[in-house]
Design a protein around this ligand. Structure first.
Ligand SMILES: NC(=O)c1ccc[n+]([C@@H]2O[C@H](COP(=O)([O-])OP(=O)(O)OC[C@H]3O[C@@H](n4cnc5c(N)ncnc54)[C@H](OP(=O)(O)O)[C@@H]3O)[C@@H](O)[C@H]2O)c1
Length: 391
């Protein structure tokens, strides 16, 4: 385990010859904000730092505190608005970035809302917890991975980190993947009023799904680094329900450990603890997918990735495959019906039917829909930016 001094010293050696582009989804508060601030200090502000979230005024005050380099050599510090409970908003934000960036070096995902009572559904019909902890993170990676690949093609850093709850080896339960049954099991008038089993499930499942999602993308993009990390108990504005703030780490210290984990390891999947230490890691082979034998017993074994046992990792090749298929189906349906989702009971019923149908049937329906209409996201929130960099 690195001491804080070792983590800090190691981070100090991060001094890229290029202007790094770093996106902090959740950079307006807590661990994400502290990571963005430490990153800005480490680069003396000579970086393109993008804070993503909803709170524009919190972002403005964080951005104001970043060091501002004198020259105009491509640095920029900005805020982009995005609601992580809306996949339309996440897609629109990512499309905006793809339209104006040539590459991204670091994608840092920390957005989260921790509640043991919240067990509602988003307007798109997703479990509220899973929308922020899982679906939005899946969508960020999926939509921005080409920009990370572009950084790698330039010979630069290309890393993704998801700050959530790594290392517990929680298995991916494949029953009720979207937690519809769990939510139905919560008595209506008690929803949001008292401790809920569905809320706890949403938080726990989100952790397991992050293992699976990052394993999936690491296999698809073996040249990039994907880390799932646990921040530990940290004294942040969002940590009120964690209790025991006396035992919590300071945000700044946590940020140093998180950056230590972010800067370490060039490619593959990394499961890391709150000190940035590797709990387990695996470098995926590019021809892996062709080699997976879904019928072999090892493919069903939890904690084993591509035949390699991984400490603290909860997926199995089979459960990850099922999770990814389910996720693609859900996100596909939401994308197809983006313009009609809010307020139309008919569309929600149609979505439910598709989500409950077989992967092949749902995929066919989505394909047919796409062929008939242009993909749209007309109810997506437009991204708003505040830029404080040289033009
Ligand atoms: N703190 C701990 O002790 C602890 C322990 C274990 C795990 N974690 C995990 O670590 C991560 C960071 O936690 P934290 O304590 O730093 O949280 P925090 O202080 O509450 O910050 C949460 C961040 O998530 C963003 N966010 C929340 N809902 C959003 C939404 N709908 N759309 C876009 N952004 C949204 C917030 O931005 P806006 O308000 O601008 O939207 C904010 O930047 C979370 O995933 C948490 O589950 C924390």
């Amino acid at each position: 385990m690195p001491t804080l001094a070792i983590a800090k010293a190691s981070n100090l050696s991060f001094s890229p010859s290029y202007i790094p582009v770093a996106v902090f989804a959740g950079g307006t508060s807590g661990v994400g904000q502290a990571m963005a601030e430490a990153f800005a200090r480490q680069t003396d502000g000579r970086a393109h730092i993008i804070l993503v979230g909803r709170n524009a005024s919190a972002a403005a005050s964080t951005l104001a505190g970043f060091p501002k380099p004198k020259g105009a050599d491509g640095w920029a510090h900005e805020f982009v608005e995005c609601d992580a409970t809306s996949m339309a908003s996440v897609r629109a934000m990512c499309a905006g970035l793809r339209g104006r960036l040539t590459h991204i070096n670091f994608l840092v995902m920390t957005a989260g809302a921790n509640s043991m009572v919240e067990c509602g559904e988003t307007a798109e019909g997703l479990d509220h917890h899973l929308s922020i902890r899982y679906y939005s993170r899946y969508t960020y990676v999926k939509e921005l991975v080409t920009l990370l690949g572009a950084a790698r093609d330039k010979g630069q850093d290309a890393r993704v980190i998801s700050v959530l709850g790594a290392g517990f080896g929680m298995t991916i339960a494949t029953d009720d993947l979207g937690l519809e049954k769990a939510r139905r099991g919560t008595i209506g008038f008690l929803k949001g009023a008292m401790l809920s089993f569905a809320a706890l499930k949403g938080m726990v499942r989100g952790v397991a799904y992050n293992d699976g999602m990052l394993a999936h993308f690491a296999a698809q993009h073996p040249d990039l680094a994907f880390t799932h990390i646990h921040p530990g108990q940290v004294d942040t504005p969002g940590a009120v329900l964690y209790m025991g703030w006396l035992l919590s780490a300071r945000m700044d210290d946590c940020a140093q450990y998180m950056l230590y984990g972010l800067f370490d390891g060039a490619r593959g999947l990394f499961i890391r603890n709150q000190h940035g230490d590797v709990v387990s890691a695996h470098i995926c082979q590019s021809d892996h997918a062709a080699q997976v034998d879904a019928k072999s017993s090892i493919a069903h074994k939890a904690g084993v990735l591509h035949g390699v046992p991984m400490k603290g990792y909860g997926g199995s090749d089979t459960t990850v495959k099922m999770l990814v298929e389910y996720t693609e189906r859900v996100l596909g349906v939401i994308e197809c019906f983006a313009s009609q989702i809010s307020g139309s009971g008919r569309v929600v019923t149609k979505m439910r039917k598709l989500l409950g149908s077989s992967v092949a049937r749902a995929s066919n329906e989505i394909r047919t829909w796409r062929a008939g209409r242009s993909p749209l996201a007309s109810n997506s929130k437009a991204s708003m930016t505040i830029t404080t960099g040289p033009k």
